[in-house]
Write a protein of this length. Structure first.
Length: 215
């Protein structure tokens, strides 16, 4: 079961919370697609700042964005000028005029990622970028796992699938260090999967990191 269920979904409510928090009586589909497109746009715009997660909270006339970033200074800017630019970008992405009476009030909060080496999304993104630059996959996996374990993780696993190393036939490469209980609900498992577009085709990158157990 543990290998077929997303570790975050398995622990929703006990360890993790939902990335989008709102209630829609009508227009659920449109609101959900709006969240997905907005999240993609923010991740693309702030990719140099190391965005880990974008949480969206909605109420009747307001929208709150909580952005977890590895380098918050790049996002906030001098005197908070970066936040104003992001607000304008959000309005533009949602195709909402700021002067409109029905426009929701947008509030943005930047939260720093305390330990980027224990965040599965940032690690998977880094691996994908290195594979795109044609760095040998075994070296990338070994060095990344060493860095994760040195940062205090109880265990970690990296799985690459596809035309790894430019092979003619797709295969799966796995590497693991430490313990990784996939079915233990109290285990704080960070999981993410990111595609790497290499010259030979896509390579899927999956990362599991066992931070600790919540007692």
């Amino acid at each position: 079961m543990g290998q077929k269920v997303n570790p975050k979904i398995l622990r929703l409510g006990s360890l993790y919370t939902w990335s989008s928090r709102w209630f829609a009586d009508k227009g659920y589909k449109e609101t959900l697609l709006e969240d997905i497109n907005l999240r993609k746009a923010i991740l693309e715009r702030l990719k140099n700042a190391g965005v880990s997660e974008v949480q969206i909270e909605r109420s009747i006339n307001s929208m709150k964005l909580i952005i977890y970033v590895a380098r918050p200074g790049m996002v906030i800017g001098r005197g908070g000028s970066g936040l104003e630019e992001i607000k304008e970008f959000v309005h533009k992405t949602l195709k909402i005029s700021k002067d409109s009476k029905t426009a929701p009030k947008v509030d943005i909060r930047i939260e720093p990622v305390k330990e980027p080496n224990l965040d599965a999304f940032l690690i998977a993104k880094n691996i994908a970028e290195q594979l795109t630059k044609r760095i040998p996959h075994r070296r990338v996996m070994t060095k990344t796992l060493e860095r994760i374990m040195e940062s205090g993780a109880k265990g970690a696993r990296i799985v690459l699938s596809g035309r790894v190393g430019g092979a003619e036939i797709g295969r799966v490469e796995k590497l693991q260090r430490g313990t990784l209980p996939l079915s233990t609900i109290r285990a704080n498992i960070s999981f993410s999967h990111v595609p790497a577009l290499t010259k030979k085709g896509y390579v899927g990158v999956k990362v599991w990191i066992n931070r600790s157990e919540i007692k």
